[in-house]
Design a protein around this ligand. Structure first.
Ligand code: LLP
Length: 437
């Protein structure tokens, strides 16, 4: 997919770059992003909204992969940006991302984060709870400004990959429950605050979703809530944000819908619910993360130790693992992979790919058909663009890998490989523990 192909040397090529050459130049493990594919995914959402009759914002959920180069791409493609921490906000601002298109999420924004965001003049806060509403209002008031706010609702729709459950979601750390009255109460309180401008409401129903029913249900719930708010408070929402969660194909059997299908389902549902009640159409915002960057990312590893337990299993270890991709260990996530330097060879055995961390749970892929691997082979794991680099750790004091963007035969470093200094440089040895000469 994307610009990936097998070249004349029988090697995997991405963005016109031979993966073996990338591994030699930048080392492994290496995150490689197909820039054209990221841009295409951005455009699919934007194009789907154009001509829908709605004003819209497509906010890239930067938690999926937040680096300055990625913020530049999101900006160039006209996307907005969803950040959830001071670190993500700092990254975006430092990359020159227009603050008015930044939305600040999260269930426990600190006073410092709120001050930083207000001072940067970000576009809006997505308010998660009462404590936060009062804190944001107080800080804005002390600075003599009025901040725009969306309110995160728990609409009582929770979508899963293969099914959706429409039940109460009262027991969630996020947002205001519509069912128990918290949602109405917060809008009522916010409407009376001097430094808060109520833009509308937000809902996020889940992640890696393969059908549209959940989005329809959420739009329905949000529209009924909007009706109640209008009847009670005479307040009209100008923005409905339906969050992210659009699925991608990790392995055969994953059946995501095209971006346009999700967007059409959302715009149709909102239009139907709002015109039924003769309300003016609101702006629609969405927040895709995984589906913007997930399938554009490939991780390259070098094969090292091989342990064959006859009749049981062959463990093939690579030079990375749960430190650069914690998703298999955390979520039992499944991935596909190939030998990038022997891309034309048929699979001849089934092996399991192990990471190098000191823990049995550090397995990247179970039961993967491959040509019989040797030490030194290059393993390419696909669809690692979302929630891999962004969730990477230094467990075992392993240095985080470099990240490169490839495009038209050119490879650009966008995150340097960590150094030993990055790993141990923040350590301090107290005087009394210092080694005596
Ligand atoms: N908006 C909100 C409010 C969210 O909480 C999320 C994801 C998104 C948007 C983007 O969702 P996406 O389009 O990426 O599905 N670490 C997990 C995924 C956590 C998602 C958290 N929220 C994983 O690796 O699967």
């Amino acid at each position: 997919h994307g610009t990936s192909r097998i070249n004349e040397f029988g090697r995997l090529e991405i963005g016109g770059c031979d993966t073996l050459a990338l591994a030699e130049r930048f080392g492994t493990p290496l995150y490689v992003y197909d820039e054209e594919l990221i841009r295409r995914r951005c455009r699919e959402y934007v194009d789907a909204f154009r001509g829908s009759g709605f004003e819209f914002q497509v906010a890239y959920a930067s938690k999926a992969f937040c680096t300055m180069a990625m913020c530049r791409i999101a900006d160039e493609e006209g996307l907005s940006l969803d950040v959830v921490s001071d670190g993500e906000l700092y990254t975006a601002l430092r990359a020159g991302f227009p603050p008015e298109r930044i939305h600040f999420h999260g269930n426990n924004k600190t006073p410092e984060e709120i001050e930083m965001a207000i001072d940067a003049k970000i576009g809006c806060f997505v308010i998660d709870n009462f404590t936060e509403l009062r804190l944001v209002n107080a800080i804005a008031e002390s600075r003599g400004v009025k901040v725009k706010a969306l309110f995160r609702l728990t609409p009582g729709v929770s979508a899963h990959t293969h099914e959706y459950i429409s039940t109460g979601q009262t027991d969630s750390k996020f947002g205001f429950d519509i069912g128990n009255g918290a949602a109405m109460a917060v809008i009522e309180e916010a409407a009376g605050l001097s430094s808060i401008e109520v833009l509308g409401v937000h809902s996020h129903i889940g992640s890696q979703i393969f059908e549209v029913e959940g989005f329809r249900l959420a739009a329905d719930k949000v529209a009924s809530f909007a009706a109640d708010v209008r009847d009670r408070l005479g307040l009209v929402f100008s923005v409905i944000n339906l969050g992210g969660g659009f699925g991608i194909r990790y392995v055969e059997g994953d059946k995501p819908l095209p971006a346009g299908t999700y967007v059409r389902a959302i715009t149709d549902a909102v239009r139907e619910q709002f015109t039924k009640r003769s309300y003016p159409l609101p702006q629609i915002w969405i927040e895709p993360g995984r589906s913007i960057v997930g399938d554009a990312g490939t991780t390259l590893y070098t094969v090292g130790s091989i342990k064959d337990i006859p009749g049981v299993r062959k463990y093939v270890s690579v030079d990375g693992g749960m430190t650069d991709n914690p998703r298999p260990a955390l979520y039992d996530a499944v991935y596909e992979a190939m030998l990038a330097n022997r891309a034309n060879e048929e699979a001849s055995e089934v092996v399991s790919i192990a990471g190098k961390c000191c823990e049995s749970g550090d397995m990247l892929i179970w039961d993967l058909p491959l040509p019989s691997p040797n030490a030194g082979d290059l393993l390419a794991v696909s669809c690692t663009g979302a929630y891999n680099y962004s969730m990477a750790s230094n467990y075992n004091r392993i240095r985080r890998p470099a990240v490169v963007f490839v495009r038209d035969g050119q490879a650009d470093l966008v995150v340097k490989r960590e150094t030993y200094e990055d790993v141990a440089g923040n350590d301090v040895i107290p005087e009394r523990l210092r080694k005596k000469e």
